[in-house]
Write a new protein. Sequence first.
Length: 361
Amino acid sequence: MTEEELKQFKASLSITAVAKSLGLEVVRGKFRCFCPNRHVHGDRTPSVSISEERGYFRCWVCEDVRGDVISLVQKFKVCSFSEALSYLRETYPFLSPGGSPAAVATPSKAKNQVENLEEAPPETPVEGPVTEDERKKIILNFLKMLSPVDNTPAATWLVGRRIYKPVWDRMLLRTIDDYGKLNEMLKNTYDKEVLQYVGLFNEKGNLKFYKHPLIFPYLDPQRRAFYFQSRAIDSSVVPKEMNLRGTVPYPYNMSALDEKPGWVYLCEGVVDTLTFLGQKIEAVGIPGVRSFKVEWLPLFKNKNVVLCMDKDNAGREATAYLQDVFGNAGIRTIVLGEGMEHLKSSMKEGEDINDWFGGKH
Ligand SMILES: [Zn+2]
């Protein structure tokens, strides 16, 4: 596991869920200390607090009972870092890089396979040739150089998925319509090392996304984007999607998380999210369950969440996990289609949201 993968794995783990998996009784974010002999009445009133968002636990009496989700497992099982990591990967295979062997074997999983490019986190500005602010500006500027999808092969592909112009415009979908020209323009604007560092250029010194011309910017509430995913429109290309290097900063279409009371649909991937938006249903997307971050939970304030993972084994594992994580944070969830499996119109095994709404592949 690379450092970046480890960081993402830790970020996707709910420390409360892990504590419960170990058999600890967590009540209102607290559990009893591992060292009850140091406490009055054997720590009958739990002294260890959990910060779910920060992924941290801490005993208010014992100096040494504190740490992150991995140290929690280490302290509880009295084991090494790598043993704790193995335990977590076995307990949460669907969050683990590479996924569970069973899930990889499912054809619809391969369909959603996302390549995470490189491992160096952009959050370490000391090592990079540009600061974090400059990195963001370059991504912003790159997205400005792209064309709207109208009258391009990307548009044809989107229409095939029943995703139409109002949604393209709302989500500022973009495409690379002249790869050669854009490649030259970028080379003339920035140093090659900088372009490689921010994740736009490959090792050979050319623009990536040659086979992935459809670009989904991750807009923030000010409609700016410092992160995007790219998508192949030729069905023979593997992987179908590529992530910009570094971690996903927030869910796709985060402006749906406006703190107003209501429902929001949580889907796997941008295409499913766009499908819902086309139906005037408020939805947010995560590139995959492995990119969900527990620190995003506060964004879901005042929302009830409809979980809309793919209808396959990986999707079901993810659903059960997310129900637990949201539940621990006091956020109500329901599972899309649950209790309606007998209906003819319900999602079939192996389908995702776009398939269900009649998108063709
Ligand atoms: Zn203690």
